[in-house]
Design a protein around this ligand. Structure first.
Ligand code: COA
Length: 266
């Protein structure tokens, strides 16, 4: 198969979704994990469109001779941090160097700090990223469930405020996410959490029950924000880096269950 590469356009999003479902589905099924309900194109499109708009020069597709999209990649840069947000190659084109080329196109000119989240059951991507300096050192734990828990009595909810979000992003991520907040606010409900009047955390709650991102001034504040979100009730899904000790402890003590799906690492 002869493959060429070009920048992604919004017209490619549907074809990218087909590649994503085929690639991720094959990986999960090969490891015995059923994937009965893959996300629809409509559910994935807003996130992909957002990255295309902010970082279109880091988004690429691989095309076969007949114009079929057989793979795609995407990354974004915030301050001096590069994050690989997607890399998928159709199972019909495996092991031909398509994934490596797509990765390198998105990686070109990346600033010094380079990170991603990858499936721990996927040796190919873990090896590819590690060979470019992105070592899989932090587990991501997936929790899910419906719990009964009281709101923390020291947090008050407040409207989102740009300056408070910026300070929290610098404390939590180490980089500014001002361009991402409008996107999150278009798909999820955001809350700023104050303690004694001071902003100490923010969180987003999605209609699907997913909670995230949660960002705190410190681990205790992030854990309290998770508790406040869980106290709203309903079924929740949340992914937590294993190094966020207080948040992991909160997830477990609240009664959330570790998910059955394969874990990720970053
Ligand atoms: C992961 C994926 C993108 C790789 O794409 P691909 O086109 O098959 O990969 P490539 O042919 O470019 O090979 C990637 C590199 O990994 C290397 N590799 C493969 N398996 C390896 C292993 N077990 N250990 C070490 N290196 C390995 C290959 O040799 C190649 O390196 P090279 O180019 O220096 O020889 C593709 O398999 C895919 O989409 N999988 C399903 C979805 C997925 O897991 N996406 C990643 C999400 S994090």
């Amino acid at each position: 198969m002869h493959v060429t590469y070009r920048r992604t356009t919004e017209a490619d999003i549907e074809a990218e979704h087909a590649v994503f479902v085929a690639a991720e589905g094959e990986l999960l099924e090969r490891h015995g994990f059923a994937w009965a309900d893959p996300p629809s194109a409509d559910r994935l499109a807003p996130g992909r469109r957002h990255v295309l708009r902010t970082d279109g020069e880091r988004c690429f597709v691989a095309e076969a001779d007949d114009g079929t999209v057989v793979g795609y990649s995407g990354a974004f840069v915030r301050d001096a941090t590069w994050f690989l947000s997607s890399l998928f190659v159709h199972p019909a084109a495996p092991g031909m160097g398509v994934g490596r080329r797509l990765f390198e196109l998105a990686f070109d000119g990346a600033p010094a700090r380079r990170i991603t989240i990858t499936d721990s059951i996927q040796p190919v991507s873990n090896a590819l990223y590690a060979n470019h300096g992105l070592l899989p050192i932090t587990p991501i734990l997936s929790f899910a469930g419906e719990v009964e828990i009281d709101r923390p009595d020291d947090l008050r909810s407040a409207g989102l405020d740009g300056r408070a979000l910026e300070a929290l992003d610098l404390a939590g991520y180490g980089f500014d996410r001002a361009v991402d907040h409008p996107y999150w606010q278009s798909v999820a409900d955001g809350t700023l959490w104050r303690r004694d009047g001071a902003p100490v955390a923010y969180s987003y709650a999605w209609p699907s029950g997913r909670i995230g991102p949660i960002v705190g001034r410190d681990g205790t504040s992030a854990a309290a924000a998770l508790r406040a979100e869980l106290a709203r009730g309903g079924h929740h899904v949340v992914e937590v880096p294993g190094t966020s000790r207080r948040v992991v402890e909160m997830a477990l003590s609240s009664g959330l269950r570790l998910g059955a799906r394969p874990g990720s690492s970053c």
